[in-house]
Design a protein around this ligand. Structure first.
Ligand code: FAD
Length: 564
């Protein structure tokens, strides 16, 4: 059997190695347009920042190692230019000589990835505007930074690639202006959670321009001018364009293969396209979200690797099926970690999924053991099925393990209350005897069994002037005087609540706030058992203050403090 693979990185290289492990006799050829194979795209930002010093560390394999270990023939600087499905041949261009030739296949795997989106705006072809996808791109940016006097950069797009590249440019002493058309960075997070990232970026000296689009660029002697839609003009030394990616599905389209939404290649669970002899994997394909059951794109390395293996299994004659993805992802932003899985509130609303949420700020490990940091967790679940539909965790330490546990439980279909029973590893340096994951289970059980009713940041504006309710803050006087939630002037510290309960009117609902949500929950239980109708504020003052401050001022600048 002869297998030709177009694209030799995450999906393509994985498929090639797996086919060899299953079939010693197969002829395997990888066609790769760039000069490198099996390289670490995810490491490219860190090469630019100098954390990864040697470019060779970015290549996990070379054509020579793939040949000697696996007898896989890799042809770099070879671009597949068309597919003849009738003859089962690929037309290929050797990029060094422009010579064209054809290669036959029994099975073809498409793993061409996705291309950065380049907007069609004036001045876009300026040589100081970069994108980041391949090793060549990273070398190009690094050369630009090393051999020019780069003092400032404008990064356009606050997704993963934009933020990681921005942080690494910043680490070289370059001043960063980050522009994004949305009112937040990292669209997989809700706006209230993204506020923590905004404040962290600002704390590290970023000039954040959100809700702004770039209308064009102008070349000037000293650099490049970036024009924004509101008339702002930013003069800078370089621009990194990271406004998103689009599946590289041109070859598939021209060959008449079925495409889905946003032009991604349609595949079945075996990663087979509409042509049974052609498989497709990675960023170029449309797959099923196991949270919603709908077709979507999840352009991440984990899914690409898994899909490559599954395509290989099927080609080698084994029945292997892709189960879908939930988009679990994580990013380091300086010392902050932000991770998410599944749906956020925006997406759940768009899909009309009835959900409830819990928000908490537990310490990363036992608070008495040095080095504990608060993290903020937001977990969404379907109110009818109780199944977890998404989670967002932001903090400094232990964020990765919490998001992975949540993703695993979500994928296995466990409901949110099962989190209280999960038996997790505990010792003071790592966790608490009640791990934050267990806490999510306890809180959601309290919510679902009616032991506590929650209210949220978005309710504050509606509650603050109502006379038919009572609003109390149960923190200490010192905490209250250093900052309070709008409308929550009345202070009854939690430890005085039982003695001062007569000050409250049992006829009126009581809305209770505290610092993190714990004391307001305790107050709720005290009052509920005395017959009060009461509501506890999810996330506490700490969460509210980040939400409140992360607003735009009159000039459209973000006004966000630092609250983690
Ligand atoms: P790719 O790995 O992109 O490989 C596609 C290859 O196909 C390319 O090398 C391209 O040159 C080649 N090709 C395309 N068309 C042709 C053709 N016609 N002929 C020959 N060759 C062709 N994901 C994460 O999960 N975590 C991260 O931290 C993360 N960080 C990232 C950082 C950066 C800077 C980038 C760019 C991506 C990052 N990703 C990350 C995304 C991840 O790298 C991709 O999801 C994954 O590599 C997709 O694998 P793929 O095989 O589909 O495509």
């Amino acid at each position: 059997m002869k297998v030709v693979i177009i694209g030799g990185v995450a999906g393509g290289a994985t498929a090639a190695a797996r086919i060899r492990r299953l079939d010693e006799k197969a002829e395997i050829i990888i066609l790769e347009r760039s000069g490198f194979v099996s390289y670490a795209n995810c490491g490219l930002p860190y090469y630019i920042g100098g954390l990864i010093k040697d470019e060779h560390e970015l290549t996990l394999q070379t054509p020579e190692t793939l040949w000697s270990r696996y007898r896989i023939e890799v042809r770099t600087l070879h671009e597949a230019v068309s597919i003849d499905r009738e003859k089962k041949e690929v037309a290929i261009k050797k990029l060094e000589t422009d010579e064209e030739y054809r290669e036959s296949y029994d099975k073809l795997i498409l793993a061409p990835g996705a291309v950065p989106i380049i907007p069609d705006i004036p001045g876009i072809n300026d040589s100081r505007i970069y994108t980041l996808r391949t090793i060549e791109d990273a070398l190009h940016i690094k050369n630009g930074v090393d051999y020019n006097d780069i003092m400032s950069a404008v990064v356009i797009g606050g997704g993963f690639i934009g933020l990681e590249a921005a942080e690494n440019l910043w680490s070289l002493g370059i001043h960063i202006t980050l522009v994004d058309a949305a009112d937040q960075v990292l669209p997989q997070f809700d706006r209230d959670m993204a506020g923590f990232v905004h404040s962290h970026l600002k704390e590290n000296g970023f000039d954040l321009r959100l809700n702004r689009t770039v209308s064009g660029f102008e070349s000037v002697e000293e650099g490049i001018i970036v024009n924004l839609d509101n008339g702002d003009v930013i003069e800078t030394d370089m621009v990194l364009m990271a406004i998103g990616i689009t599946p590289e599905s041109g070859l598939a389209k021209a060959a008449g293969l079925e495409l889905g939404g946003r032009g991604a290649i349609k595949v079945n669970r075996h990663m087979q396209t509409s042509d049974p002899d052609i498989y497709a994997v990675g960023d170029a394909v449309e797959i099923k979200s196991f949270v919603t059951g709908k077709r979507t794109s999840v352009p991440l390395a984990g899914p690409a690797n898994k899909q490559g293996r599954i395509a290989a299994d099927n080609i080698a004659g084994y029945d292997s099926r892709y189960k879908g993805a939930s988009g679990t992802s994580i990013i380091k932003i300086y010392d902050l970690t932000a991770a998410s899985t599944g749906l956020n509130e925006k997406w759940a609303k768009e899909l009309d999924i009835p959900y409830e949420k819990v928000i908490l700020s537990p310490p990363s490990h036992a608070a008495y053991y040095p080095g504990a940091h608060l993290m903020t967790m937001k977990v969404l679940f379907n109110i009818n099925t109780w199944k977890i539909i998404g989670a967002q965790v932001i903090g400094y330490d232990g964020v990765d393990k919490r998001i992975d546990v949540l993703a695993a439980v979500m994928q296995s279909g466990g409901d949110i209350v099962t989190l209280k029973d999960i038996d997790l590893a505990y010792a003071p340096p790592f966790s608490s005897a009640k791990d934050p994951i267990n806490m999510v289970g306890y809180i959601s059980e309290n919510v679902l069994t009616g032991k506590v009713k929650l209210f949220y940041c978005e309710d504050i504006a509606k509650l603050k002037d109502r006379e038919d309710i009572q609003r109390i803050d149960v923190r200490t006087e010192e905490e209250h005087s250093s900052g309070k939630i709008d409308g929550f002037d009345r202070l009854i510290p939690i430890d005085e609540l039982r003695d001062r309960i007569n000050e409250l009117d049992i006829e009126k609902p009581v809305y209770i706030v505290c610092q993190s949500g714990l004391r307001s929950y305790i107050a709720s239980r005290i009052l509920a058992q005395e017959g009060f109708d009461c509501y506890s504020f999810a996330g506490g003052y700490r969460f509210y203050e980040c939400f409140r401050k992360d607003r735009f001022d009159k000039e459209g600048q973000l006004d966000c403090g630092v609250y983690i």
